[in-house]
Ligand binder design. Structure first.
Ligand code: NAI
Length: 316
């Protein structure tokens, strides 16, 4: 895979992030989009981000920002972008018909060895890839925003994906410093969003039932559960919170079931509760681009700091 290049289809938020991740890993990257202006803006953004990261000492990889930038080229010709690529990462808007059209265009021009990977957050591989001639080479590699700082990638094969494609995608993600996990089969929401939605649902219900305020609810996660979840998952948490999993189950299974049986139905995510949560969140961070942008920058700075800490803790 080393000597050839990675093609990125779509140069928006996620496409640019992938371009930076692969360039940091030393790969040549061809960034494709339908509009030249979009590509020009994308490249300017990537340059700006890389320079800032280099100045603050957070640029990934061993190459300088200039050298990484030199690895990235842009084009508006799909065929030229993917010719000779060993890995294609699709990053177009989350629209099934659009993505299907793009994969059927790619299907006509790629060879039998390239991996066709989609960044989709929630479209099932069987919806995206069924019927393609190259279906065995197709897979979902779902990143987490912002992928440059949050390394998880959910690798979700289509039922017909060749196992070697899953393995190669996994190895590639490792190589560029991401943290891949493999799903053994496709499922709505994959794993990350299923866990996320479980948390959001209960948060919504607790606020809706007046148990806690929206801002305090968030503190339960940011200063409570989230503190350890950045380092260990829920299962290891169980293991460590007792004398191992079996002991945890012995001690807490009845209590857990009792609590879980009091959970309510799936919320509507609308109406009065929505207004209440919106008001509380907007008081903290007004829902306008200037304030949201500033808060996102602060979040990314926190994530950079956390990534640094995680690296430090691993090497101890
Ligand atoms: P975006 O809207 O920022 O970028 C989409 C890009 O695709 C734009 O540059 C657009 O010009 C381009 N595009 C549109 N039609 C095209 C075509 N026919 N051929 C080539 N390029 C085309 O979207 P974003 O946020 O980067 O999302 C991309 C994918 O990544 C989506 O599937 C999304 O669900 C997924 N994703 C997004 C995350 C996020 O938080 N934004 C997180 C994880 C995955």
């Amino acid at each position: 895979m080393e000597s050839s290049h990675v093609a990125i289809i779509g140069s928006g938020l996620i496409g640019c992030s992938w371009a930076m991740v692969f360039a940091a890993g030393g790969f040549k990257v061809k960034l494709y989009d339908i509009a030249q202006q979009q590509l020009t803006t994308a490249l300017e953004n990537v340059r700006k981000q890389m320079k800032e990261l280099e100045e603050s000492g957070f640029l990934k990889g061993t190459l300088s920002a200039e050298k990484q930038l030199a690895l990235i080229s842009v084009c508006t010709d799909m065929k030229a972008a993917v010719e000779g690529a060993t890995f294609i990462q699709e990053c177009t808007p989350e629209n099934l018909e659009l993505k299907k059209m793009i994969f059927s265009q790619l299907d006509l021009i790629v060879d039998d060895s390239v991996i066709l990977s989609s960044s989709t957050s929630c479209l099932l591989p069987s919806k995206l890839f069924t019927g393609l001639k190259h279906v065995k080479q197709c897979i979902v590699s779902h990143p987490v925003n912002p992928p440059y700082f949050v390394p998880l990638v959910e690798i979700v094969p289509h039922p017909e994906t060749d196992p070697s494609v899953t393995e190669k995608t996994y190895a590639l993600m490792k190589k560029v410093g991401q943290s891949p996990v493999k799903l053994n089969r496709e499922i709505e929401g994959f794993v990350l969003n299923r866990l996320q939605y479980a948390v959001i649902s209960e948060a919504w219900r607790l606020v809706g039932e007046g148990v806690i305020s929206p801002t305090d609810l968030d503190v339960v996660m940011s200063d409570g559960l989230g503190m350890r979840y950045a380092f260990i998952g829920p299962l290891e948490t169980m293991h460590l919170n007792a004398e191992g999993i079996s002991n945890y189950c012995e001690r807490y299974r009845e209590g857990m079931k009792l609590v879980l049986n009091t959970f309510g139905p799936v919320p509507e995510f609308s109406g009065e509760i929505e207004q209440k949560i919106n008001q509380a969140m907007s008081e903290k961070v007004p829902a306008v681009p200037k304030h949201l942008g500033a808060r996102r920058e602060w979040r990314d700075d926190c994530l950079i700091g956390l990534a640094k800490l995680k690296k430090q803790m691993k090497s101890n």
